[in-house]
Design a binder for this molecule. Structure first.
Ligand code: AP5
Ligand code: MG
Ligand code: ZN
Length: 213
């Protein structure tokens, strides 16, 4: 099963993608997590990506596509995957489509997690992220068991550098301009499914299971 998660920054793509990955036994592939792991490790890729991410801009397609195709070519992706944060532009979606086509394959579901912009800004200030394993929490809605510590791996939780309010506003604008057109793209392919992302995360997941089961 090959799934693409769509939705604005902070809509809950990562939260849902992790639950999908655990439930259906497929890897969760997040380009944002890959970039953040590289930033943390101080790699050249990380240094380059950071210059874009900190401004709320997109990392250039060419670089992002290369990283993503490398990742999905790995063995654990043979039986499917859930993509979170990719594709984010029409050119990215077209490359992915062409690569899958070569393998006689395709995306089975594009799940759009819908949340209005007003809710997004409120959510982001409360987000805490684990840069070691990619887990995401919210200080009010989805708190870790121990404050400031990741439940999954015990690392310290941080506020992401791009979660400052003005950067969130910029990311939202970029989303509407460059990523939202993918909703049309996947509607035309007949694979788009929409879920309400404003309800509790377990209820969002119940709706997603209703689609995938
Ligand atoms: P990325 O890491 O993908 O960030 P994003 O799309 O901006 O999305 P977020 O991770 O911020 O939000 P999310 O939808 O995953 O929400 P989450 O589950 O955390 O990308 C970061 C940057 O990397 C980009 O800006 C770009 O520069 C670059 N990049 C990445 N991919 C790229 C690509 N393909 N091309 C070019 N550049 C790329 O939830 C948010 C918060 O809400 C959390 O605190 C969570 O606990 C909470 N929450 C979740 N669900 C609920 C709920 N139902 N109710 C209440 N709270 C909830
Ligand atoms: Mg995310
Ligand atoms: Zn962790």
């Amino acid at each position: 099963m090959k799934i693409v998660m769509l939705g604005a920054p902070g809509a809950g793509k990562g939260t849902q993608a992790k639950m999908i990955a655990e439930t259906y036994g497929i890897p969760h592939v997040s380009t944002g997590d890959i970039f953040r792991a590289n930033i943390k490790g101080g790699t050249p890729l990380g240094m380059e990506a950071k210059t874009y991410m900190d401004k709320g801009a997109l990392v250039p397609d060419e670089l992002t596509v290369r990283i993503l195709l490398d990742r999905v070519a790995q063995d654990d992706c043979k039986n499917g995957y859930v993509l979170d944060g990719f594709p984010r532009t029409i050119p990215q979606a077209e490359v992915l489509d062409a690569e899958l086509d070569k393998l006689g394959d395709k995306i089975d579901y594009a799940i759009d997690v819908e949340v209005p912009d007003e809710n997004i800004v409120k959510r982001m200030g409360g987000r805490r992220a684990c840069l070691s394993c990619g887990a995401t929490y919210h200080i009010v809605h989805i708190p870790p068991k121990q404050e400031g510590i990741c439940d999954k791996c015990g690392s310290e939780l941080v506020l992401r550098d791009d979660d400052k309010e003005e950067t969130v506003m910029k990311r939202l604008a970029v989303y509407h301009e460059q990523t939202q057109p993918l909703i049309d793209f996947y509607t035309k392919k007949g694979v788009l499914k929409t879920v309400d992302g404003t309800v509790d995360s377990t209820d969002v997941f119940a709706a997603i299971r209703g689609i995938l089961d």
